[in-house]
Design a protein around this ligand. Sequence first.
Ligand code: SF4
Length: 279
Amino acid sequence: ADFKGTVKADWCPGCGNFAQLTAIPMALAELGIKPQDTVIVSGIGCSSNMPEFVKAYGFHGIHGRSLPAASGIKWANPELTVIAYGGDGDGFNEGTQHFYHAARRNPDITYIVSDNQIFGLTTGQASPTSRLGMRTKTTPDGNIEPPINPVTMALNAGATFVAREFSGDVKHMQATIKKAIQHKGFSFIDVFSPCVTYNKDNTYDFFRKRVYKVEDEKHDPTDFMAAYKRADEWGDKIPIGIFYEANDMTYEERDSVMKTPLIKQPITKLTEEVLQEFY
Ligand code: SF4
């Protein structure tokens, strides 16, 4: 399947988002999923422009709200492959509560965050994942707020698939995205995705020197405590890969209403209800 969109991505040359723009369509194509069965959902930010650049259905919504929209789309038509995509500002600042609640509800969607540890679209303000002491436009004397760890946060919230990737390794990311899409339930991937224009701290070199693959160290992704320990590692060695994977009922399986999702309901009945609502 060809997911190549007609609109050319206008990100800065070298932006980490280009790696996801390659890996996501490649993963979908390798799984045999078609553009007409795929929806990319986003909020606001540089990365959130993704739906414009991929040939698939897209929903470019408001800041931090990609997950409720993505969940709603999946619940209306469970046959669709739904991927929410956006940045760390969008997802862990404006969207924090949605992130937490989506993880605990376990809808069968995939959430990929382009985590560049800064607000890029608004030209370089500190984000929730900016490191302590980092100088940005809003923290000229150094960031005094400790960063959140999206991976431990996802584990705490009950996400059933939790991973981290790096834009400097597209093939590895692509393999993890494939597994995330195949996973039944909420799958989350935090991607270190350098903002080459506004983040001079967390560069490709910074990550290249530090990242290692959890599978190279015999990590067991079914072991929650081992996953948590890995996720908490930060310093000279930073792990990437699949930290945790578990089987659990999805939101859709728990909710009896979902037995007849919107797509399966007769249009006539639906139309009547909608009309009654408005007139
Ligand atoms: Fe990418 Fe940063 Fe440029 Fe935005 S400002 S397109 S995140 S490099």
